[in-house]
Design a protein around this ligand. Sequence first.
Ligand SMILES: Cc1cc2nc3c(=O)[nH]c(=O)nc-3n(C[C@H](O)[C@H](O)[C@H](O)COP(=O)(O)O)c2cc1C
Length: 409
Amino acid sequence: MHPKWACNKKILLGISGGIAAYKTPELVRAFVKSGCEVEVILTETASRLVSPLVLSTLSKRRVWLDADFTSDENGWRIPHISLSDWADALVVAPCTANVLRMAACGASDTLLGTAMLACAKPTVFFPAMNDRMWANPATRENARVLALRGAIVVDPDSGDLACGYEGKGRLPSTEAILDETWAALCPLRDMAGKKVLITAGPTHEYIDPVRFISNPSTGKMGYALAAEARYRGASVTLVSGPSAERAPSGVKLVRTVTALEMLDACLSGLPEAAIVIKAAAVGDYRPAAYSPQKIKRGSGGLALDLVQNPDIALELSRKKMPGQILAGFAAETENVGENAVEKISDKNLDLIVANDISEDGAGFMSDTNRVRVYFAEKYGLAPSPLISGTKLETAAGIFDQIGRLRTEA
Ligand SMILES: Cc1cc2nc3c(=O)[nH]c(=O)nc-3n(C[C@H](O)[C@H](O)[C@H](O)COP(=O)(O)O)c2cc1C
């Protein structure tokens, strides 16, 4: 999943001599697959940990080594200047403790060091090292100084480390590196400083320990909204029902199972949220009684007694403060527009994203969607045109529509 505008972005990838350098061919491949062009600078140590030939094969370009510092081949005069001019973003992954130090103090005795110093584009560092090296005050201070100067320093992941220890120091996943890069490059920053709460996925309403009532929602739409909000600068909490989707990097994930749990999580997130988008497919009913033992197969049928779950959108709209924006989703199979408008007033929403789930390429289990956004009458805004495409493209269209509340309403 990559945003449309990532296509043709130019990534200058600095690879330094951490063991995680062995993962960088995958990273180059992922950037290229997203439509980016990639130039790679390898430090001397990194060139012993990962093959320059593999990296140049995957980037379809030569790679730059310290020995090329003074190269003027192929028009790349003064490589550190040309490369930093060429790039839309500089990504350093993995970033050793040493390269973090060099960046913090402006050391320019290597090609990567000099390119970092010369680069005025968004810069994202992915430190990866032994956990004690990362925890060392010297390293922390270097990370802090760089962040203060406007660079993005992404905390390493926790887990098993190549050195045999367990702790914080792992290079984040390739997908997470891409997410952070898109967040650094996103041309729109209209959600900067805003807290956005998004719900996603289905709920599971358990009948007994092994059976539940649910629906086919995958969570893809809500997860795409979370990714888009984060790219645009928001601080995002994603309240998710059971879903196999990967939470975007930098998003706070709150896992829930039942509608009641989801309601609790939403109510605790509501006071801080500027925007709430309810993309989850919450079960309307749950079994009246839960059987703690597996229900045995009997001789006849089985009648289930169901009770209504609370309506999360309604509960939130009752508690929302002036200025907070509450958006719902309407999955309809008929009279989409009419039902959407009715839902807005029934649930006191600011807007609703309506999709006709009977159409191909829309709604549950699909990678694409086709929606239209309707606004509460008080805003006097006409419904949006049809927004369609991948769920990430749809999410971008939805945030553009939310932006209309500020500019047109
Ligand atoms: C096998 C091996 C693995 C290493 N892994 C790391 C690492 O993950 N992170 C780190 O900061 N340093 C690591 N080091 C130490 C760096 O390679 C060393 O600090 C080196 O000077 C870094 O050079 P560079 O920053 O110019 O690439 C490792 C060293 C070796 C020999």
